[in-house]
Design a protein around this ligand. Structure first.
Ligand code: GLC
Length: 755
C-alpha cells in the first residue's frame, strides 16, 4: 500500500510539473504568436540603467531613444536598476505603454550579497560548506528580490589556476569537482525550490566559457586550450549548474581557440542547448557582441549581430546591436525568424516561470523592501558564513588562539581599521565603509590592552562610479616609526595586510601578486622588533607570501569576508570559532610558478626517480620547488586530526558495483574542531593523460577532543569518468588509486581495478 501511495504521489508531482511546464510552453507560444518581429527582437535587447527612473523622463539624446524603446516594448531586460520605487517605475513604462505589456526581467550582479555583503565567493569556497554557500545565495536573493531584482548574473563558475587574474575572487578556485558542487549550491540558493516566489531569483552560470584561462592571467586576454582541458576542467561546473536547473547562462568576453565565446556555436548550441538540453537563455556579457569587431572576428555591427545570434546568444547586453540590426539581417536572409523565435521563447519562458508575466510588480513591494533589506537575519548569516571561510595557514607555538585577558596587543596594518576593503569588489549596492573592521571586531573583546596604528597609510580616493575606492599608498612610509614603536611595547602584534577591495575583481589583474606597496617592508621591520606576530591576510587572490611563511609564526587567510568581516576574524583569533577552512586554490611560492595547481599532469619526467642525483633532466625549475607554498585543500585547525584504518571494501569494481572507501579520523587535540576529509583518485594510465590527483569527494565532520569517526565514501564507475581521447565522457577499465586525507598532498594510497 505504502509503495502505491509513494508511486502515486511521485506520479502526481511529476505530472503536475509536466503539466505546469506544458502550460508555460503553451502560454509562451500564445504570446509569441501575437508579437511583431520588432517586439520579438525587443525581448532580446537589454539596457543598463540609463537614468534614475524616479526622476524626470529624459528629454533627448540616447536616453530619450532608450526611453522610447522601453515604451514601445523594444526592451526585454534592464540591469543595474535597483530599489522598488525605481524598478516599479521602469516596469510601468514597459508594461503600461507598450502594446503587449510584456514586463522586463531586472538583472543585477548579485555576486556575494546586495546591500549586506557576504564573503567573496573564493572565500566561501574555502569553507567547503555547501549548506553555508547555499544559505549565502538564498539570503542574498531574499535581500535583492525585496529590492526589485529578479535575476542575478551569478554564480560565476570559472575555474582558474592563475592568481594574477583579478576575477579569481569571484569563483570557487582551481578544482572542477569542488567548483561543481559550489555551483549547484549557489543555483539552489538563488533559485530556491519555487522560482515563482518573490524571494527567489533566476541565476546565471558565467562566463561561458574558459574566461579563467586568459593567457598570463591578463584581463580580457585570449584563451587557447585543448578539448581535454575544456571538457575535464572548464565545463563541469557549467554542466552542474545546468543540471541544477539554472535559468540563464552568460557568455564570456574571451575568444576560445580563435572563436569569440559570444559567437561560439560549439559551446552555446552544440554543447549547452543540444547536448545538455538547456532550455533557458544565454545573455551576452557587457558589449561582447560589439567587441567581436575588435576581436577581428566581425566585420561590422551587423555582422557581429549575425554571428552572435547564429552562435547561440539570445539576449544582447548593452551592445544595442540586436535592436538595430536583426530586422535587416532577416530581410537579407542572413538569419531566420526561427532563430529569433527560439531566443524569444527562451526569454519569455523564464519571465513566466518567475511569475512576472502574471504579476509584473511581484518584486515591487516597498514594505517588504523596508523590512528585509539590511535585516538582522541577513546580517547574522554573513557572520556564520564568514567564520567558516577563514583558513588557518600557520600556527607555530600555538600563538593562536589569543588569550582573552591581560595581553598587550598591538594591531598594525593599513587594512586593520579598513571598513571598505572587506566588502570586496562586487559590492555595488552596499553603502561605503559598512564592513565591521578588524579593529572593531577585536574591541568587542574587552579583557586585553589593544592599541592600533596603520603603519602604511590608506589613501581614500574620491568616490568613483558605484563605489568609493581606497588604495594602499606606495609613497609614504611615515607611519613606520609609530608601528615599530608600538610593536616594541606589546606582547603580540596582529598585522592586517593584503589587498584593498579593488585590487582584485574585474579589470584588476596584477603582474605581481605579493603584498602591495610597503606592506612587506613594514612586516619585516615589525618582525625585527617583535617576532610574536599574527598575520591576518585580507586579499582577493592567492598571494606570494613566502617570506611570511618562513618568518611569521601565525598566518590567517581572511580573504574579504563582507559585512561582518571583523567579527568573524576576531572570533577566530580568540578561538570562539575554531578555523575550519581549506584552500580552494594553491598558494604559489613565487610568481614564476603560476599557474600552479594540484591536479597537474605527471609529464614524461615527473621527478628525480631514475635520474642520477643532480640531474637537471626532469620537469622542474632550477631556482624554485615544484610544490606550491600551500596546496589545494590545505588548512589547519586549533586542534589536530589523525587518520587511520584506511580501507577499500573491494579491489575490483564493475559498471554495476561500487567500492566503499573508508578511513577513521580522530581528534587528537584539546578542542572540538571541524575537518574537511578529502578523497582523491588517480587514473595512472588512460587513453589521455590524466591528473596526478582528482578530488572526487569530501565530507566536513566535527569531532570533540578525543572523538573518532569512521568516514566513508561510495565510489562508483561514474566517479571515474572523464572526457577521453575518443572525445567521450566515460570511465576506462584499469587501475585506479584512491587517497583520503586532510589536503591534496596526501600520499597514502590504496588501489582497485575497474573491470
Ligand atoms: C561585466 C562582467 C559580468 C557582469 C556584467 C554586468 O563586464 O563581465 O560578469 O555580470 O558585466 O555587470
Amino acid at each position: 500500500m505504502k509503495f502505491k501511495l509513494l508511486f502515486l504521489s511521485f506520479f502526481v508531482l511529476s505530472s503536475s510539473t509536466f503539466f505546469a511546464q506544458q502550460t508555460i510552453d503553451k502560454k509562451v507560444n500564445d504570446l509569441l504568436s501575437k508579437m511583431t518581429l520588432k517586439e520579438k527582437i525587443g525581448q532580446m535587447n537589454q539596457y543598463n540603467g540609463f537614468w534614475n527612473f524616479t526622476g524626470p523622463v529624459p528629454k533627448g539624446g540616447d536616453s530619450k531613444v532608450k526611453y522610447d524603446h522601453l515604451a514601445n516594448g523594444w526592451v526585454g531586460s534592464m540591469l543595474n536598476i535597483t530599489g522598488v520605487r525605481e524598478v516599479r517605475e521602469v516596469q510601468k513604462i514597459a508594461v503600461e505603454n507598450s502594446r503587449l505589456g510584456i514586463p522586463l526581467i531586472i538583472g543585477f550582479d548579485l555576486i556575494h550579497g546586495y546591500k549586506t555583503v557576504f564573503p567573496i565567493p573564493l572565500a566561501e569556497a574555502a569553507s567547503w560548506d555547501l549548506e553555508a554557500i547555499r544559505l549565502s545565495a538564498a539570503m542574498a536573493a531574499k535581500e535583492a528580490s525585496a529590492a526589485g531584482i529578479n535575476w542575478t548574473f551569478a554564480p560565476m563558475v570559472d575555474i582558474t589556476r592563475d592568481a594574477r587574474w583579478g576575477r579569481v575572487m569571484e569563483g570557487a578556485g582551481e578544482d572542477p569537482y569542488l567548483g561543481s558542487l559550489v555551483a549547484r549550491a549557489r543555483v539552489e540558493g538563488f533559485q530556491g525550490k519555487d522560482l515563482g516566489s518573490p524571494f527567489t531569483i533566476a541565476a546565471t552560470a558565467k562566463h561561458f566559457a574558459a574566461y579563467g584561462f586568459v593567457e598570463a592571467g591578463k584581463e580580457y586576454n585570449t584563451v587557447d586550450i585543448g578539448l581535454n582541458t575544456l571538457h575535464n576542467i572548464v565545463l563541469p561546473p557549467f554542466k552542474a549548474a545546468a543540471d541544477a536547473g539554472i535559468k540563464t547562462f552568460m557568455n564570456s568576453f574571451n575568444d576560445l581557440n580563435g572563436i569569440p565565446a559570444t559567437a561560439d556555436a560549439y559551446l552555446q548550441r552544440d554543447i549547452l542547448k543540444k547536448e545538455w538540453n538547456f532550455d533557458g537563455f544565454v545573455v551576452s556579457d557587457w558589449g561582447s557582441i560589439r567587441e567581436m569587431i575588435a576581436h577581428g572576428y566581425a566585420e561590422n555591427q551587423k555582422h557581429a549581430g549575425e554571428l552572435a545570434l547564429l552562435g547561440g546568444s539570445d539576449m544582447d547586453m548593452e551592445s544595442s546591436i540586436y535592436i538595430y540590426e536583426l530586422e535587416k539581417l532577416i530581410q537579407e536572409n542572413k538569419v531566420s525568424e526561427a532563430h529569433i523565435d527560439d531566443a524569444v521563447k527562451r526569454i519569455l519562458k523564464v519571465k513566466f516561470e518567475l511569475g512576472l508575466i502574471d504579476d509584473p510588480y511581484l518584486y515591487c513591494n516597498e514594505e517588504i523592501e523596508a523590512k528585509i533589506v539590511g535585516s538582522k537575519e541577513i546580517v547574522d548569516a554573513t557572520l556564520e558564513v564568514a567564520k567558516k571561510s577563514i583558513v588557518l595557514l600557520k600556527n607555530e607555538n600555538e600563538i593562536l588562539p589569543l588569550r582573552k585577558k591581560g595581553v598587550k596587543i598591538g594591531l598594525i596594518g593599513p587594512l586593520a581599521a579598513d571598513k571598505s576593503s572587506p566588502l570586496g569588489n562586487w559590492r555595488i549596492r552596499a553603502d561605503n565603509n559598512t564592513a565591521i573592521s578588524v579593529l572593531e571586531g577585536l574591541k568587542n573583546y574587552k579583557g586585553n590592552d589593544l592599541s592600533y596604528t596603520q603603519g602604511v597609510k590608506l589613501i581614500n580616493k574620491i568616490p568613483e562610479g558605484f563605489h568609493e575606492e581606497v588604495q594602499i599608498n606606495t609613497t609614504d612610509k611615515t607611519g613606520f616609526d609609530e608601528a615599530i614603536a608600538l610593536a616594541k611595547k606589546v606582547e603580540v602584534v596582529v598585522m592586517v595586510l593584503g589587498e584593498h577591495g579593488f585590487q582584485s575583481g574585474e579589470g584588476r589583474s596584477r603582474s605581481k601578486i605579493d603584498l602591495p606597496g610597503f606592506q612587506q617592508e613594514l612586516l619585516e621591520k615589525v618582525a625585527a622588533v617583535n617576532p610574536n606576530i599574527v598575520l591576518v591576510l585580507m586579499n582577493g587572490r592567492p598571494l606570494v607570501i613566502s617570506w611570511a611563511a618562513e618568518h611569521i609564526p601565525a598566518i590567517v587567510e581572511a580573504w574579504q569576508l563582507g559585512t561582518q568581516s571583523g567579527n568573524a576574524i576576531a572570533q577566530v583569533l580568540y578561538g570562539d570559532y575554531n578555523p575550519s577552512g581549506k584552500l580552494p586554490m594553491s598558494f604559489p611560492r613565487s610568481l614564476g610558478q603560476v599557474p600552479v595547481y594540484y591536479n597537474h599532469k605527471s609529464t614524461g619526467r615527473p621527478g628525480t626517480e631514475g635520474e642520477e642525483p643532480g640531474s637537471v633532466f626532469w620537469s622542474h625549475y632550477t631556482d624554485e620547488e615544484n610544490s606550491p607554498l600551500y596546496p589545494f585543500g590545505f588548512g589547519l585547525s586549533y586542534t589536530t586530526f589523525e587518520y587511520s584504518a584506511f580501507n577499500l571494501s573491494a579491489t575490483e569494481m564493475t559498471k554495476n558495483t561500487s567500492i566503499e572507501a573508508s578511513i577513521v579520523v580522530k581528534n587528537t587535540g584539546k578542542v572540538k574542531g571541524k575537518e574537511v576529509v578529502q578523497l582523491y583518485i588517480q587514473d595512472p594510465y588512460a587513453s589521455a593523460t590524466r591528473p596526478v590527483k582528482e578530488l572526487k569527494g569530501f565530507k566536513v565532520i566535527e569531532l570533540e577532543a578525543g572523538e573518532s569517526q569512521k568516514v566513508t565514501f561510495n565510489l562508483k564507475e561514474k566517479d571515474l569518468a572523464f572526457y577521453n581521447a575518443k572525445q567521450k565522457w566515460e570511465a576506462e577499465p584499469g587501475t585506479f588509486h584512491v587517497f583520503i586525507g586532510t589536503d591534496s598532498k596526501v600520499k597514502q594510497k590504496l588501489t582497485f581495478e575497474l573491470k
